[in-house]
Design a protein around this ligand. Structure first.
Ligand SMILES: Cc1ncc(COP(=O)(O)O)c(C=O)c1O
Length: 410
């Protein structure tokens, strides 16, 4: 098979070809001014990304992992606190919790959206915790630690069901940090407020990653915290810059976690294209849905509830024949991914926490069955047709030879 018949899982080369001149100009400008750290390019991007995310403040940082960690610390999470998240995420979510000195704990996801299930969060707070009268916060019965924060993850580019989560957070006095690392521009319809809200504007703060493969990606490492809280923004500003309030005056020990000017300039250029790129992703997802719906009852397609406008960072299908389908597509020259094959609670670093298989069955089933198909704004109709044709061929070959999984439809 020739290289141009192959369909990559993600094509960043093609994406950058369109805007190469503008990107090179950013690098030249930085070289000529030697303004590598801070300065107008960082401030300009922060202003524009805050506006894009409907947040009052945006603070550029060195990565999405730093963004989660700084957001937690700035919001007041203390060493030893429990921070509740989902096990169906990239490990950076829980790494950042540990790096903030806190300990992660988990609630399972919703089977259709793969995001935190508010009912499971409620169950966790009611059954596993009691309300500490002194602090007004939940206290975990067996782990003997206060639960102070929750991190819903807007996985695959779709917002978690935030109304229920925010309502519980309000009731239990919890900090909410959105992990929006995969969800630049995703929207959530809040019934409570009767309006659409942007990912990154709903919690006390939110974390974004600009890792190159993200919907808005740098040409290197980068991230951002968004928040509507001025005090929290000030703290993140200090944490990312060695705890400085001004040069060489340190209010605390901080980190070297700043966003480079070159990356900020590159992100600014790409931010102008993001609404159009996100729209293309939505069109590609709608077309996948249309073509695949006809194909097979065993293939579960992504579910976008009426309260969600996702940005399809990933287009994820689900099948009991996942490994076989992936192998078939690989042989046909079609790139795919698995996000994520091992749930976080079963990863090695968390073994001492005593979790076992079946603790979070929805996540564990998803981990065994999810498959991410090629998805990027430049995916052509012909390429998409070929992906669907190969899935159809696979379905024919394996028809009735493997158990059929009931489909969950939107
Ligand atoms: C859900 C989630 N959280 C956090 C991160 C961490 O971001 P970064 O790789 O920029 O540190 C990622 C990045 O892949 C992510 O997908």
């Amino acid at each position: 098979m020739s290289d141009n018949q192959k369909i990559p899982f993600l094509d960043l080369v093609g994406l950058h070809e369109e805007i190469e001149k503008e990107l090179v100009h950013v690098f030249q400008k930085t070289l000529r001014t030697a303004g590598f750290i801070g300065g107008p390019m960082v401030e300009g991007f922060e202003r524009d990304f805050a506006r894009f995310s409907d947040a009052a403040h945006c603070l550029g940082v060195a990565s999405g992992t730093d963004a989660v960690r700084f957001a937690l610390m700035a919001a007041g999470v203390q060493p030893g606190d429990i921070v509740v998240t989902v096990p169906h995420t990239f490990i950076a979510t829980t790494e950042a919790i540990s790096q903030a000195g806190a300990q992660p704990d988990f609630v399972d996801i919703d089977e259709r959206t793969y995001c935190m299930d508010p009912a499971k969060l409620q169950e966790y707070l009611e059954r596993e915790c009691y309300l500490d009268r002194e602090t007004g916060k939940p206290f975990h019965r067996t782990r003997r630690a206060p639960v102070t924060a929750v991190i819903p993850v807007h996985i695959y580019g779709q917002a978690a069901d935030m109304d229920g989560i925010l309502e519980l957070a309000h009731r239990y006095n919890l900090i909410v940090i959105e992990d929006a690392c995969q969800a630049h521009g995703a929207e959530y319809f809040s019934k409570k407020e009767n309006r659409w809200r942007k990912a990154g504007s709903m919690g006390h703060a939110a974390a974004f990653s600009f890792y190159p493969g993200k919907n808005l990606g740098a040409c290197g490492e980068a991230g951002a915290v968004t928040t509507n809280n001025e005090l929290l923004a000030q703290k993140v500003r200090m944490l990312r810059d060695h705890g400085q309030s001004r040069k060489y005056y340190h209010e605390m020990e901080g980190y070297n976690g700043r966003l480079d000017a070159v990356q900020a300039g590159i992100l600014e250029i790409k931010l102008h294209h993001l609404p159009e790129w996100n729209q293309k992703r939505r069109q590609i997802a709608a077309r996948y849905n249309e073509l695949l719906r006809e194909l097979s009852a065993s293939l579960v397609l992504p579910c976008e509830p009426s309260w969600s406008r996702g940005v399809y960072h990933l287009y994820v299908v689900r099948t009991a024949k996942r490994n076989e389908l992936q192998e078939h597509l690989t042989k046909a020259g079609i790139g795919t991914g698995i996000h994520y094959p091992v749930p976080v609670h079963l990863q090695k670093p968390y073994r001492t926490m005593g979790f076992k298989g079946e603790d979070f069955p929805v996540t564990e089933n998803a981990a065994a069955q999810v498959l991410s198909l090629p998805m990027y704004p430049g995916l052509s109709l012909a390429q998409q047709d070929r992906v669907v044709e190969e899935i159809a061929r696979f379905e024919k070959i394996t028809e009735s030879s493997l158990p059929v999984q009931p489909a969950v439809r939107a």
